[in-house]
Design a protein around this ligand. Structure first.
Ligand code: NCD
Length: 305
């Protein structure tokens, strides 16, 4: 079946299951020999408009564009742009789009991605929108699961701040389409919002919400850990939930041998550093492979396949 082309990525809802699978397959091909693709985007420019801090998303997109032979312009500190003078989001996007061929943006407000993409005519990618979605992180996550299991219908424990963590939101709504079952493991104030549970269950998968990892640890193929989203918590909320969950050596002994521990990063203190050397800990590889997913996505959106 032929797939409708997509010219922006704001939500994984825009991608069919086949398109998601194809992007992952493409990323794996690129990862095998990135040099083969090193001039595909020669002469093209990516605008990176980041209104929120970022390490991996910003620099992996920047690196991806440069590894494809293109170049980048942009900001991750709005103090250096006319936003500091009060310029609107739409005007900023419109101006940046005039100097580039593709745009990636991140912003703390819901609706910001639509405002920006509607203001421009070049391909647009959501690099993280407030408490909403982070579609390219989900593609990276899916790639890590495919690399380990060769399929996506696995049992995933989402641990941590599921209320305010956008990576968990995008993951549950997307991988439930592929038959993944979920345990949402969080203290009550940080549990997965009902709308995402409903979306997942509408796909016919099971979502169990629990408060602690102990009872479910031995059932998981994937433990997906997230940090407390301190910058998004309501005032006075943090003390109530800090340090209620942590993956450490004691946790490792309760997990299966044939499973993986993932994290979108940045890690703060929810995984102790002595877990990093466990063969099940794949989070740094997960981040590294984000480069290839982003190369695949850029090629797709710029029709450079
Ligand atoms: C995440 C994000 O920005 O949502 N980071 C990332 O892009 N890998 C996760 C987080 O900030 O906790």
């Amino acid at each position: 079946m032929s797939q409708a082309a997509f010219d922006s990525l704001i939500s994984t809802d825009q991608l069919s299951d086949v398109q998601i699978t194809q992007l992952i397959e493409r990323a794996l091909v690129i990862a095998d020999n990135p040099a083969l693709f090193s001039s595909r985007c020669h002469g093209q420019i990516m605008a990176l408009c980041f209104f929120e801090s970022s390490t991996r998303t910003y620099f992996s997109f920047s690196s991806a564009m440069q590894r494809l032979g293109g170049s980048t312009i942009g900001f991750s500190d709005t103090a250096t742009t006319s936003i500091a003078k009060g310029e609107s989001l739409a005007d900023t996007a419109r101006s940046m789009a005039a100097y580039a061929d593709i745009m990636v943006a991140r912003h703390s407000e819901l609706g910001s991605m639509e405002v920006m993409s509607n203001a421009i005519k070049i391909p647009f990618i959501n690099g993280g929108e407030g408490v909403g979605e982070h579609p390219t992180q989900t593609l990276c996550d899916a790639l890590a699961i495919i690399k380990k299991f060769g399929r996506l219908d696995v049992t995933i424990g989402l641990l941590g701040d599921l209320a305010y963590g956008r990576t968990a939101h995008s993951l549950i709504k997307t991988l439930s389409r592929f038959g993944a079952n979920f345990y949402c493991i969080a203290p009550d104030p940080l549990q997965m919002p009902g709308e995402y549970i409903d979306l997942a269950e509408a796909q016919g998968v099971k979502v169990h919400c629990v408060n602690t990892l102990d009872a479910v640890a031995s059932k998981l193929d994937v433990l997906y850990v997230t940090r407390l989203q301190k910058e998004r918590l309501p005032k006075g909320f943090e003390g109530a939930v800090t340090d209620q969950y942590q993956v450490n050596q004691a946790t490792l002994s309760r997990l299966k041998q044939d499973m993986i521990i993932m994290h979108p990063l940045p890690r703060v203190n929810e995984i102790t550093v002595d877990v990093d050397s466990d063969p099940r800990a794949v989070y740094f590889q997960q981040a590294a492979d984000g480069l290839y997913i982003r190369m695949a996505l850029i090629l797709q959106l710029l029709n450079k396949e």
